[in-house]
Design a protein around this ligand. Structure first.
Ligand SMILES: Nc1ncnc2c1ncn2[C@@H]1O[C@H](COP(=O)(O)OP(=O)(O)OP(=O)(O)O)[C@@H](O)[C@H]1O
Ligand SMILES: [Mg+2]
Length: 491
């Protein structure tokens, strides 16, 4: 593998767009960097990958001798491929021991090689596809949001795996994960692109300082402009009065000179105005999200030595748990421990055989957000379900607060919305109306950092009753007041 990625004067927009996503972008990315790609939902991270893959027509140039490969690209389900075949497909000369070494790095046993790829869990598939990328040294991986199917432990393992590799770009919204494995940051801001050496903490520190400086300069400029305006007006008035009130030639000359000065001041003022505008535009502004809640009155959950039976075996080791209205309970445990099954049981969605004592007393108004977006629903179908104009406006208001530009609301095709934009249509729906209990399964998947922080803020302000499952460390640590760990039962 040799060479850098040299982006020169890149400008790109999708046909349906008014403003370009990228405008006159210059970048020089080193082949050995572990580059984290961040930016709000819809800023163009996935698009940037498709540009590097040379799949989109653009202005300017992208020069590189690297061979890019995109993650995730799942093998088709029709081909019933063994995991080993998936790994060997593009790397026929790799020896099995080399593969086994990589598997160990991902905490996978080599048995997995002889299982059908499509029978693996989402987390296992992610790990296998990442290994596949790195088996081939000729390939420069473009990794788009690898953490969505991974639990906390999985994220740590994949983070560690990537940390020991070199030369890739990874787009993610998980700060803790990125901090673990990157050496550089490429951030797509509102009006600029930053490329810095360091991790997310470094970038955030620099960005906050730059934003504060921009705000401060902005305030100074405003005061300065006001002063200059007054001066300019005064000089102008004075000059006018002088010029009109005297016939003396030398006095008129003086007055004309003052006029010239006034014009120069005016010009400078205009220049400063422009500068101010540019500075102001790059600062992200977010509004505070609102959650309309009313507190449930009773204890919500009571479990004693409780477990769910599957194939005559307990799914997890028996738990004892109480949840009260003031609790924000998070269900933890590795992939496959039964978190979603337990949640479905609480919601009464599935009739399951159980052991132990329990009492579930759910309030009437629930905000439920499932782990997987319902494929039969999108922005338009959800909008159609809202009957009143006020409800529709509330929905648009929340979407806008979550960072979706208003121009999208008239766009009839929501299929081209970015992953995070699609997730936001479900989140906005879950924030509508008054709710007594919020049951959110992996709400942070696909969401950008700004929205995650907006959610944290709102949860702190409104203190809703909540049952959650989430693998975003920053989010869980900030909002959970109670945790229950589901441990696999001994077999
Ligand atoms: N084929 C397309 N046609 C028109 N617009 C598109 C198309 N694909 C994406 N977009 C729009 O381009 C913008 C950038 O999308 P992209 O998927 O690159 O964002 P992203 O940064 O990856 O976001 P996320 O964090 O949500 O994954 C979004 O506003 C999206 O709606
Ligand atoms: Mg994306």
């Amino acid at each position: 593998m040799a060479g850098n990625i040299l982006v020169k004067d890149l400008t790109f927009k999708y046909l349906s767009m008014i403003h370009p996503i990228f405008k006159n972008v210059d970048l020089n990315i080193h082949e050995n960097w572990k580059l984290g790609l961040v930016g709000r939902n819809g800023r163009g991270k996935t698009t940037f990958f498709h540009l590097l893959l040379n799949e989109l027509e653009h202005e300017g140039s992208i020069q590189s001798s690297l061979r890019f490969k995109y993650f995730p690209s799942l093998p088709s389900e029709d081909e019933k491929m063994l995991t080993l075949d998936v790994l060997l497909q593009h790397n026929p000369h790799i020896e099995v021991w080399e593969i086994e070494k990589e598997l160990a790095g991902m905490d996978l046993s080599s048995e997995i090689l002889y299982k059908h790829f499509h029978q693996l869990s989402g987390g296992e598939q992610t790990k296998v596809l990442l290994i596949e990328l790195f088996l081939n040294e000729e390939v420069f991986p473009l990794i788009d949001e690898p953490t969505n199917n991974l639990d906390l432990k999985g994220r740590k393992i994949v983070g560690e795996y990537l940390k020991n590799k070199r030369g890739f770009i990874v787009a993610s919204h998980d700060e803790a994960f990125l901090n673990q494995c990157i050496s550089h940051v490429l951030a797509i801001n509102k009006n600029s692109i930053d490329l810095i050496s360091g991790n997310i903490d470094t970038w955030k520190y620099e960005k906050t300082n730059a934003d504060l400086l921009a705000e401060e300069t902005n305030q100074q400029l405003k005061t300065e402009i006001k002063r200059l305006n007054t001066v300019s007006r005064r000089v102008n008035d004075w000059g006018n009065r002088r010029e009109n009130s005297t016939k003396d030639a030398s006095e008129r000359r003086m007055a004309a000179k003052q006029m010239k000065r006034a014009k120069a001041i005016q010009k400078r003022t205009e220049g400063l105005m422009k500068e101010k505008q540019n500075l102001i535009q790059n600062v992200e502004k977010t509004s505070e999200l609102k959650m309309v809640i009313s507190k449930p009155r009773n204890q919500l959950l009571f479990f004693r030595d409780f477990t769910i039976m599957r194939d005559n075996r307990p799914l997890f080791q028996p738990i004892s748990l109480d949840m009260y209205p003031e609790d924000r309970l998070f269900i933890e445990g590795e992939n496959g421990a039964g978190k979603s099954t337990f949640l479905k049981f609480i919601l009464g969605m599935e009739n399951l055989e159980v052991r132990g004592e329990y009492n579930i007393c759910l309030p009437e108004h629930l905000s439920v957000l499932h782990q997987k977006n319902n494929e039969n629903q999108d922005y338009l179908s959800m909008l159609r379900k809202l009957s009143t104009k006020a409800d529709k406006e509330e929905y648009w208001h929340i979407l806008h607060q979550l960072g979706i530009e208003r121009s999208k609301f008239t766009n009839q095709i929501s299929a081209t919305w970015s992953a995070g934009q699609q997730k936001k249509t479900f989140l906005a729906n879950a924030l509508l109306g008054k709710n007594e209990l919020f049951v959110w399964d992996e709400v942070t998947n696909y969401l950008d950092l700004t929205v995650i922080h907006q959610l944290i803020q709102a949860i702190h302000t409104y203190k809703p009753s909540m049952i959650g499952i989430d693998h975003n460390e920053v989010y869980v640590n900030a909002v959970a007041t109670k945790k229950i760990m589901l441990l696999p039962s001994e077999r």
